[in-house]
Design a protein around this ligand. Structure first.
Ligand code: FES
Ligand code: FES
Length: 183
């Protein structure tokens, strides 16, 4: 059974090792912040950080994730205080929000290795699709997040969520077993 570390916790998945990591995260761990968009590697909605790199979890099998360190949007920060999250809110780079978790993870990995990215570097590092077209605001947000990371600017953290994301996932599981048929 594949063993890996998810959001700093060791996890052993009693699942087919050939299934995409995305489904283990969403259906077994109830980490539904990682989205299913296309399942074919085109949209980036499923991006998570694996050993420091932003990767599409729909393209990686559980077996391939064995022994690796996976961070999902739920594990990025407990209080939405990551610079990318702060800057995305401050620059209003979110519309419907479906693409947002994947973009935040790709941007967080970028800022980690390059805290002063150019527009071209951002476009190259964030291939994610956004149907709402937040791209111009996204570039501003990521450059602003870089300034926060470099301690050249401060942004007030977004309001704390009313419920801890992990608790929310527990209360509303992604997969609810069907009720047995009533006789
Ligand atoms: S769901 Fe993985 S890239 Fe679209
Ligand atoms: S904000 Fe709607 S898809 Fe990106």
């Amino acid at each position: 059974m594949p063993r890996l570390t998810v959001n700093d916790r060791p996890v052993e998945y009693d699942m087919d090792p050939e299934i995409p990591l995305l489904w283990a995260l969403r259906d077994a761990s109830n980490l539904t912040g990682t989205k299913y968009g296309c399942g074919t590697g085109d949209c980036g909605a499923c991006m998570v950080i694996i050993d420091g790199a932003a990767l599409r979890s729909c393209l990686i099998t559980l077996e391939e994730a064995e022994g690796r360190f996976v961070t999902t949007i739920e594990g990025l920060s407990r209080d939405r205080s990551h610079p990318v999250q702060q800057a995305m809110v401050a620059e209003q780079a979110i519309q419907c929000g479906f693409c947002t978790p994947g973009i935040v993870m790709a941007a967080a990995a970028l800022i980690q290795r390059n805290a002063a990215p150019s527009k071209e570097e951002i476009e190259q590092a964030i291939p994610n699709l956004c149907r709402c077209g937040v791209y111009p605001r996204l570039v501003r947000a990521i450059q602003r997040a870089g300034r926060v990371e470099r301690r050249q600017e401060r942004i007030s953290a977004a309001p704390a969520p009313g419920i801890d994301p992990a608790d929310a996932a527990e209360a509303v599981p992604a997969m609810t077993p069907p009720e047995p048929d009533e006789e």
